[in-house]
Design a protein around this ligand. Structure first.
Ligand code: SF4
Ligand code: SF4
Length: 196
């Protein structure tokens, strides 16, 4: 390599370093694009979520009929529903209802399966904060190990189905009603406090 070529290479390297440093320095004077979470956001993040946000799953176990539609619908086997016979009553009972949130991709197929063909017992919440110490803590267990829970049987007569308590969208409807009616919410809270 001739001297002229060597000088050219050195100049090229110096230019590259200068360009890189210029980009780095320019970032020191720009407005930040990201916001530090959670304490420096303008509003709580939960308030900024879109209306149909799919957060962690939740099961209203008292209206689960154990049909396993949600378990079958899940493409990655996050949900495990098991049943066994109660030795005393000889009735089939739920013995396990686990959802492994660490695997869940929040596709909503389980929710659709339950809402469309069963009772609407499983649904997405708006909860998204899942920082825990162990992966096992992300397995949501709706039946305590060793315990049994009765299966929900919908009344044959549709008029017997408690309105606002059971059925597809029941919980959403109830929550919406409570949100829109603070007096009712207060009344229910007082009743719950008295019952304790
Ligand atoms: S589909 Fe619904 S009712 Fe059936 S097992 Fe799942 S949560 Fe329970
Ligand atoms: S949301 Fe999707 S991935 Fe998560 S448990 Fe339901 S079906 Fe499985």
């Amino acid at each position: 390599m001739s001297l002229g070529e060597k000088v050219g290479e050195v100049a090229k390297s110096a230019n590259t370093i200068f360009e890189g440093m210029a980009v780095t320095l320019s970032h020191m004077f720009r407005e930040p694009i990201t916001t530090q979470y959670p304490d420096r956001t303008e509003r709580p993040v939960a308030e900024m979520l879109p209306p149909r946000y799919r957060g962690f799953l939740e099961v209203q176990i008292d209206i689960c009929g154990g049909c396993k539609r949600c378990e079958k619908a899940c493409p990655i086997d996050c949900i495990v529903v098991e049943m066994q016979k109660d030795p005393e009553t000889k009735k089939m009972m739920l013995s396990r209802f686990d959802i492994d949130i660490s695997k869940c991709m929040f596709c909503g197929l389980c929710v659709d399966a339950c809402k469309g063909d069963a009772t609407g017992a499983i649904r997405h919440t708006r909860e998204f904060e899942g920082a825990v110490g162990t992966l096992d803590a992300l397995v949501l267990r709706y039946i305590e190990p060793g315990k049994l829970h009765p299966l929900y049987k919908a009344p044959k007569d549709p008029e017997q189905v408690p309105v606002g308590e059971y059925g597809p969208h029941a919980r959403e409807a109830r929550e919406r009603a409570l949100r829109d009616n603070p007096a009712l919410l207060q009344e229910l809270r007082s009743k719950a406090a008295e019952a304790r």
